[in-house]
Design a protein around this ligand. Structure first.
Ligand SMILES: [Zn+2]
Length: 259
């Protein structure tokens, strides 16, 4: 059994080494250096970061269990800081890309860095601390960590579009469905006027576990997308249905976990 501090240090060291050795991360860095990166690359980076972090967690968390459980105090020590480090790293990449997109669009505004969502981290820690035992909660925990990192990019998109909107621009946001995702996400795919989806709780910025859909913002292509924008009415039509589908999926997912 490792001490909590040892496990924490090993998780952080492995995350750092994993990202340094990552071919995917290197390709994304090259793309940023060439000035051709988009938010798709930020999502690719978040997914890679999620892969590396969950691998480190899966290896080290089982070494700090007590009676098969990851108690809250331990979870606080070994989970919170790695998640904050991972999120800050993803935000660095997303903000760099946003800065380039701003330059290309001729907008003399610095990229906005979103706040790290500590409420979400709290929820994830509570989830594993309350799980019957670590083994039964592990899959959910790892999915939630990956989901959290991708959500960090969603926040970056939202906060930068918000800033540009308040500055008098007319941002449009594109939600692109991952082909392997679900009907809820397929229905949500499309281009939106930011003004119609300002609220951070809007479905456009939501992702369920295992959702790798992308929410893209490019301040440079507002006008060419304009003819293709979903009307506000569309966004509201079918909303109840999408929520019902998501709830059904969440139920099914929970039931599958129980078996
Ligand atoms: Zn999805």
């Amino acid at each position: 059994m490792e001490s909590n501090a040892d496990a924490l240090a090993r998780i952080i060291a492995e995350m750092s080494k994993g990202m340094q050795d990552s071919g995917a991360a290197e390709r994304i860095a090259e793309k940023i250096a060439s000035g051709k990166a988009t938010y798709s690359d930020a999502y690719a980076y978040a997914r890679e970061s999620g892969r590396v972090m969950t691998k480190a967690m899966k290896k080290h968390l089982p070494t700090v269990l007590t009676d098969g459980r990851l108690y809250r105090e331990t979870a606080e020590t070994v989970i919170r800081e790695p998640m904050q480090i991972g999120a800050a790293d993803v935000i660095d990449i997303a903000a760099e890309i946003q800065g380039e997109l701003n330059d290309l669009a001729g907008i003399g505004i610095q990229a906005i860095r979103p706040e790290i969502n500590d409420d979400q981290i709290n929820g994830i820690i509570t989830g594993i601390a309350n799980a019957e035992d670590y083994a039964s909660g592990e899959n959910t925990l790892l999915q939630q960590i990956a989901n959290f990192l991708e959500g960090t990019v969603d926040d970056c998109v939202h906060d930068n579009a918000e800033f540009h909107y308040n500055a008098g621009l007319s941002p449009t946001i594109e939600r692109r469905a991952d082909a392997k995702c679900c009907s809820w996400c397929s229905a949500l795919a499309g281009v939106y006027d930011y003004g119609d989806i300002k609220d951070k709780g809007n479905d456009v910025y939501r992702r369920h576990n295992n959702c790798h859909c992308e929410v893209l913002y490019n301040p440079g292509d507002g006008s060419k997308r304009r003819q293709n924008v979903h009307s506000k009415k569309w966004a509201e039509d079918g909303r109840a249905e999408r929520i019902a589908t998501a709830q059904r999926m969440a139920e099914e997912w929970k039931n599958n976990k129980r078996r």
